[in-house]
Design a protein around this ligand. Sequence first.
Ligand SMILES: Nc1ncnc2c1ncn2[C@@H]1O[C@H](COP(=O)(O)OP(=O)(O)OP(=O)(O)O)[C@@H](O)[C@H]1O
Length: 520
Amino acid sequence: MSTATCARFCTPLTTKPSTVGGSTSTSSAASKLTAGNSGSVMTSSGYKKIPTNDINTEATFTFKLGGAGRTNGIGSATRGHCVASSESSDPLESDYSDEEEEEAEEQHANSTSTSTSNRSNSSSSSSLQDVNDVDGDDDVDDDDDIGDGAAAPAASVGATGDDITNDSESIEDDDGNETDDEEDEDDESSEEESSSVQTAKGVRKYHLDDYQIIKTVGTGTFGRVCLCRDRISEKYCAMKILAMTEVIRLKQIEHVKNERNILREIRHPFVISLEWSTKDDSNLYMIFDYVCGGELFTYLRNAGKFTSQTSNFYAAEIVSALEYLHSLQIVYRDLKPENLLINRDGHLKITDFGFAKKLRDRTWTLCGTPEYIAPEIIQSKGHNKAVDWWALGVLIYEMLVGYPPFYDEQPFGIYEKILSGKIEWERHMDPIAKDLIKKLLVNDRTKRLGNMKNGADDVKRHRWFKHLNWNDVYNKKLKPPILPDVHHDGDTKNFDDYPEKDWKPAKAVDQRDLQYFNDF
Ligand SMILES: Nc1ncnc2c1ncn2[C@@H]1O[C@H](COP(=O)(O)OP(=O)(O)OP(=O)(O)O)[C@@H](O)[C@H]1O
């Protein structure tokens, strides 16, 4: 997660606050670069699309880049979500209307046809064609379509059995009658929201007070992630705390709701599990399983590069997860080693669904009567799952080589390299892995492995994965190449230290603003 204070737009550019194990010192640099009439603003870590009515006004971007820097493996450049704030009174504006967004994207593409793409040196890069696509919300369901009314998160968490509570003191019995009336009364007078959730072990009424915050393990654009302990189950959890004022200021309301809604819907061995989410009048809260091994990024930077076998293991688990997400029409869009956590058992958990989007059914499928199909359907202008397969190619390269395939000190340089399609190959690189990477890093997404008619199967059948039984992958039967050094489930040694006293309580938002989060 980055300390970039820029709002999150759908250009996942990442900056890390510090290198692993180091303490965080944050310096900030402001950047003001406009791209003329392009509808985009070039920043030191990427470009941000701006609404057309903001074009030619100077949007101000403030970056906080980590002191030690989250290096890309080559030089000193950091990589971070780039974000910006523009001065609109409508906090929902960040998710531009389809028209605005398309227009901004088109203008951007026109003005940058030879030199830009929308990626930093992180791993979900795409071609110029995809610049038009990456955040084409025309392909995305409205948030209301995602997950609302679906089973509450912990219902699915509980379905796995072991991680909720069997402590009868503060959970409801099967009939939904509370067994702890006193606690309930307290809650009603509290500002916090609580909710009853069906779990495998009965109905549990969740409260924020159930969680004892222990330590910050990550920071992000809107807040932080803390290790905490569930007083009821005594299980360690990660609590993502997002300050509503920041979410509103940076116009990320829809993205945050989107993240929560998608997380509620999904359940996969290699994807982080959302246990519960709630809010009070200052913050939004999401409670996850705590993944104590830390980020794959850490291990990769420490090792320099991974062997083909190690890379293959992680790539396989990601393929399994992407196949699952795509089967639900979810495009993840933020694949990179920073978002891959290693569990105590050595298996991966993909985290940070801040850019994930639910796609509309068959947006890209040629359906209907051919004579009547509109050109934009044939051209398939929206973003799609292909961006994740591209990112997988970048990630496999980075694991094998130690740095990403498209790198430059300046973002424009990165974009040029992505568009040029030229990749430098290490002499001794595993030729079979290289073949897969080449097939994933295809600018024409219609020819990109994973995005053709056989979907993920094409990737799974590639020779690099030939030895794998994909059921074994899913069932965690493969032997993990790295076992994190942890002494107990709540161990934080694999995470950076964050100065706790820097955290000031978030300001409460007024009733009007609170309404933006009614359905959170
Ligand atoms: N479930 C978890 N277990 C352990 N650590 C976690 C967990 N979730 C997140 N983290 C840590 O916190 C960091 C930030 O989490 P995350 O990326 O979800 O936050 P974010 O606010 O979306 O970040 P950004 O602003 O960069 O998008 C992660 O990189 C990871 O180091």
